[in-house]
Design a protein around this ligand. Structure first.
Ligand SMILES: *Cc1c(COP(=O)(O)O)cnc(C)c1O
Length: 432
């Protein structure tokens, strides 16, 4: 019935998240409110980890791409579930450090890491740095030599795969700001430099072909391209790279028409390609890393709002205004992301009307969804937007000086605050 298994309806006709009444949660913590089903997050972590263990004999790692939703609580969950962690900035790294995340399981990504960020990564003992470009390679080399150490690196490769997803979130093809291209020799040039360089140890290769991908074929193709390149490196240098990091990008169900493949099927089919290609190239099976973000936290999140005004513009549309907007969920404004939504206090009723849900920001594009089917709705109702666990809180802003909502986790019938609501004082903390 719902896009996420976290959701149900109770005998009051209210939406439940992780078994708890959403209307009661909204009353207790206020709105807007992000609710995350911790049990579902853990279940997703385990599903990925188990399929890695199954298809690679335990020689692999699922790292959580923390940019999807980064806070101390989620870093601790990833740690407890035995995952690694991807970070792309000093802020995400700092969060991981403060959460006590083991640094050897951290992968540091990003297409323009600053010298200060790289220094922080080296000083904190980050396990692997995924190098995006030649300038960064030089920088890491010199910082490492100055510190008298050797740094484990991977190269981010553009495997040149079009994953048929939205242009804004497609990052695998040659016209991308991320990584080193294969076809123009850039990637091999980087390998040549790294092999000759003191201060770095080239451990492996990385790619990430996009996001919200439903098909398995592009992942299979990317894995093949990467193994072929590993074979080339082997023949050129007699050096076997140990790590193959295949990135994230697994699609989730936002609306009924979305039909993502199962992670286990993905893992099985990609591992077949890896085994076959490694055989053909005469390579041992590498240590395989995957980096799911959205698929770990996305389905676990629900955002709750209180409806304010409802504006029916005859023969045009009906605007339902909520007490949040693009400040807590900019994904519709950014790329017309589809969401399923419903009236949490009337969750058992049929959806009888089509509305546009608008936020409270001073932008006409501040919409959460257009042409959304929804139950009868009026002022004071609690509106729920589903599958908002990824790229919502992490993309939130303070536009119009709107404080960011809190995050509540529910687990085994209990709720707890994991990120406080920003206060008005918080908004002024850096004003002088
Ligand atoms: C964004 C990103 C991920 C996670 O992508 P999802 O689509 O959320 O799974 C993983 N790895 C890298 C390098 C990324 O940039």
């Amino acid at each position: 019935m719902f896009v996420s298994k976290s959701l149900d309806v109770n005998n009051l006709g209210h939406l439940t998240v992780g078994g708890l009444d959403a209307v009661a949660l909204a009353e207790r913590y206020g709105t807007p409110l992000y609710v995350m089903d911790e049990d579902l997050i853990r279940e997703n972590c385990r599903a990925f980890k188990q399929s890695i263990d199954r298809y690679y004999d335990g020689r692999g790692l699922c790292t959580y791409a923390s940019k999807a939703f980064c806070c101390k609580a989620v870093c601790r969950i990833a740690q407890e579930e035995g995952l690694g962690l991807d970070v792309v900035s000093s802020g995400e790294l700092y969060t991981a450090l403060q959460a006590g995340f083991p640094m050897e399981r951290v992968y540091f990504h990003g297409n323009n890491k600053t010298p200060a960020e790289l220094t922080m990564a080296l000083e904190s003992g980050v396990g692997q740095i995924v190098v995006d470009n030649l300038e960064e390679l030089q920088l890491i080399g010199s910082l490492s030599r100055a510190a008298g150490r050797e740094t484990d690196i991977l190269f981010r490769i553009k495997p040149g795969i079009d994953a048929h997803t939205h242009d804004f979130i497609r990052t695998g093809q040659i016209d991308s700001k991320f990584g080193l291209a294969l076809e123009n020799g850039e990637a091999m040039e980087a390998v040549d430099e790294a092999m000759a360089m003191k201060g770095v140890r080239l451990k492996g290769l990385h790619c990430h072909i996009g996001s919200q991908i439903f098909d398995i074929a592009p992942f299979e193709l990317a894995a093949e391209v990467m193994i072929r390149f590993m074979g080339e490196i082997q023949r050129r240098y007699g050096k076997t790279l140990e790590i193959l990091d295949l990135g994230g990008g697994f699609g989730i169900k936002y609306v009924d028409s979305d039909n993502p493949s199962s992670y286990d099927e993905y893992m099985q089919r990609v591992s077949k390609v890896i085994h076959r290609c490694c055989g053909e190239e005469g390579l041992p099976i590498p240590y395989v890393v995957i980096e799911p973000g959205r698929s770990i936290v996305g389905p676990a999140g629900t955002t709750l709002y209180t409806v304010g005004s409802v504006k029916e513009i005859k023969n045009v549309r009906t605007y339902v205004a909520i007490d949040g907007g693009m400040t807590d969920n900019p994904r519709y404004a950014l790329y017309q992301a589809a969401y399923d939504l419903l009236v949490a206090n009337r969750a058992a009723e049929p959806k009888t009307q089509t509305v546009t849900v608008a936020g409270k920001c001073c932008e006409s594009g501040d919409l959460i969804q257009e042409n959304a089917r929804i139950q009868e709705v009026g002022p004071g109702d609690i509106l729920a937007v589903l599958a908002t666990g990824a790229y919502n809180y992490s993309m939130a802003s303070n536009y119009n000086r709107i404080p960011r909502p809190p995050v509540v986790m529910v687990s085994q019938g209990e709720s707890r605050l994991v990120v406080r609501r920003e206060s008005l004082e918080d908004l002024l903390r850096n004003d002088l």
